[in-house]
Every structure is written in structure tokens, then in C-alpha cells.
Ligand binder design. Structure first.
Ligand SMILES: Cc1cc2nc3c(=O)[nH]c(=O)nc-3n(C[C@H](O)[C@H](O)[C@H](O)COP(=O)(O)OP(=O)(O)OC[C@H]3O[C@@H](n4cnc5c(N)ncnc54)[C@H](O)[C@@H]3O)c2cc1C
Length: 279
């Protein structure tokens, strides 16, 4: 049976990332179901979810991008199964409604389940790997199930080399009111600590101290390049104020890395994922 898909040429990828910058993809395939993924995930391609961890080159990506839009969440014996295109906030909310604890911390993260599994997204001392039990991936044209232990999880990283189709999460019964209260607390903490505006969240992984501490101590808060700025509120956020190019953002990333290295001898490692060519 043929799957549901939209196939487009020369599409601006800025529409599909939270920085709202970057050039076009030669081909963009938006997949809405597993059949469409199996039929179209052939040859070289890059898969993206909500584009909330991406910096896409102004010159775009001269290849095929698969935009993961397979959605749906089901209750299971151990918790929930979510397809890769489900937004994390929707998964967190579904769990609240069903009194399932374990993913309440994910309420304000604007990524997809597939992106979160790849990045091992986390917040407030939790991460996706904590609740994950297995992941369905596309391997050699078939959907196969991998155990969490096969995915090499570390801080904001995994060794996942396949496209995620969906995943099983273990949850624990938790009264709904308790989950609602926690989610509210997390939303408020996020609003208080994080700047608004177009961003990818934290640009760098934390080192022995938070990356934002180093960038702040290097005196870089408020530094501007074109339409991009290192946030005054949280130095590990670089914001597109509305007219930034990806090059502007990349220049600030390079500057922050160089300044922190020269002042503290610390090499900050990017959490942001580059797509396309940067120089
Ligand atoms: C305002 C803001 C706040 C944020 N706060 C947090 C936070 O608190 N904690 C945190 O961890 N992150 C945070 N982020 C970053 C981001 O939301 C997470 O990293 C998220 O998990 C990325 O998911 P995505 O779907 O957007 O991935 P994308 O940006 O689309 O892709 C990221 C990577 O995942 C890969 N990928 C995507 N989908 C799949 C798939 N189906 N199969 C295989 N690989 C895939 C891509 O190829 C790419 O390498 C924040 C971002 C923003 C903008």
C-alpha cells in the first residue's frame, strides 16, 4: 500500500526550523505514515523532526530532507508508544491526562519524539533515555526494534544511526493533579530562565560548568552579529531577532567558542546540529 507523502522541490527550510533561517532543500519529502517512510527513505537523506536543534546553512542543503510527520500516541501495558513525529509537549500532555508519570519535564521542549531520542533531550535533571524502553527504527527498509541499551546514550547524545519511527516509553502511575502541578512548575521555570525569540535552545553542551556561565564570564552577553544576539537572559542562547542569517548565528557561535577557549582553556562543544555547509 502506498504511503501518504508530500514531495516538494527547492523548499525554504527556514519554514521548518525554530531559528527560521537557512536556505532551501533540493528535495523535501514530508512523510505522514510508516509506508511513506519505508518507500522514500532510500539513498542519501537527512531526517528532521521539529527543527528545534538545527542551524541550516544559508546556502541550503543540496540533497533530500525527510520531514518526519508520522504521528499518533497509544497506551501500552508499560506506558505509551509514540510515533517519531509527535511533538514532545503533546506526549507530555497525553501522559498527564492518562496519569502516567515520567515525561512531565518534557512539556516545554519544542522538539519531536524522533529528535528527542536522537539528541537524548532532557531538562530539570531528567532525560528521554530515563523513560525509554525500546525504539523502532528503519533498518534496511524494514522497521526493527532496538533496546535502549543499544543506543549508546550519554549527556545530550546517542549513537543512534537510523531513522526513528516510534518508541516505547515506560511510565509510572502518578495522580493527574500531581503531574499537572509539576508541568506548571516546569513551564514557569522555563519562562523565568529562558529568553523568548527564535532559537535552538542551548547552543552548547555544558562542560564542567554550564556553557552559559563561561560565555557570560567571557563578557559576551548581548554581543550582536547582524540580526543575531547572544541573549542577555541566558548566555547559552543565541537569538534570531528577526532578520538574522545562519551565518550571523554561526559567527557568534565561533566567537563564543574562541573567546571561552582563550580565556578559560575550555573547548565548548556544540549541541546545535549543522545542516549544510558552514565556513
Ligand atoms: C526554545 C527551545 C528550548 C529548548 N529546550 C530544550 C531543553 O530543555 N532540553 C533539550 O534537550 N533540548 C531543548 N531544546 C532543543 C530541542 O528542542 C531538542 O534537542 C529536541 O529534542 C530536538 O528535536 P527536533 O525534533 O526538533 O530535532 P531536529 O532539530 O529536527 O533534529 C535534531 C537531530 O535529530 C535528528 N532526528 C530528528 N528526527 C529524527 C528521527 N525521526 N530519527 C532519527 N534522527 C532524527 C536530526 O537528523 C538531527 O540530527 C530546545 C529548543 C528550543 C528552540
Amino acid at each position: 500500500m502506498s504511503g501518504k507523502i508530500s514531495c516538494l522541490s527547492n523548499v525554504p527550510l527556514s519554514n521548518f526550523c525554530t531559528y527560521h533561517t537557512g536556505g532551501k532543500a533540493r528535495t523535501l519529502k514530508i512523510v505522514y505514515d510508516v509506508n511513506a517512510l519505508i518507500e522514500n527513505a532510500v539513498g542519501d537523506y537527512v531526517v528532521i523532526g521539529s527543527g528545534s536543534k538545527l542551524l541550516i546553512a544559508d546556502g541550503g542543503y543540496d540533497g533530500t530532507v525527510i520531514l518526519m510527520r508520522i504521528s499518533g500516541i497509544k497506551l501500552t501495558d508499560e506506558g505509551v508508544y509514540a510515533y517519531a513525529g509527535v511533538p514532545l509537549p503533546a506526549l507530555s500532555r497525553f501522559c498527564e491526562v492518562n496519569s502516567l508519570g515520567g515525561l512531565e519535564w518534557a512539556c516545554g521542549i519544542p522538539g519531536s519524539v524522533g529528535g528527542a531520542i536522537k539528541m537524548n533531550a532532557g531538562a530539570f535533571g531528567n532525560c528521554i533515555a530515563d523513560s525509554l524502553s525500546s525504539v523502532d527504527v528503519l533498518r534496511d527498509g524494514k522497521v526493527v526494534t532496538l533496546d535502549k541499551g543499544e543506543l549508546g546514550y550519554g549527556y545530550r547524545s546517542s549513537s543512534l544511526g537510523f531513522t526513528t519511527v516510534g518508541a516505547n516509553f515506560k511510565c509510572v502511575y502518578t495522580p493527574r493533579e500531581e503531574l499537572a502541578a509539576k508541568r506548571k512548575e516546569y513551564f514557569l521555570a522555563r519562562r523565568e530562565k529562558q529568553p523568548r525569540g527564535f532559537s535552538c535552545g542551548s547552543v552548547f553542551k555544558n562542560a564542567d560548568k554550564p556553557a552559559g556561565w563561561y560565555i557570560d564570564a567571557a563578557g559576551l552577553k548581548g554581543m550582536r552579529q547582524g540580526g543575531a544576539v547572544i541573549s542577555d537572559k541566558h548566555a547559552n542562547f543565541i537569538i534570531n531577532t528577526g532578520f538574522a542569517t545562519s551565518k550571523d548565528i554561526f559567527t557568534l557561535i565561533r566567537t563564543a567558542k574562541a573567546e571561552v577557549k582563550s580565556k578559560f582553556g575550555v573547548t565548548l562543544e556544540e549541541e546545535v546540529i549543522y545542516l549544510g555547509e558552514f565556513y
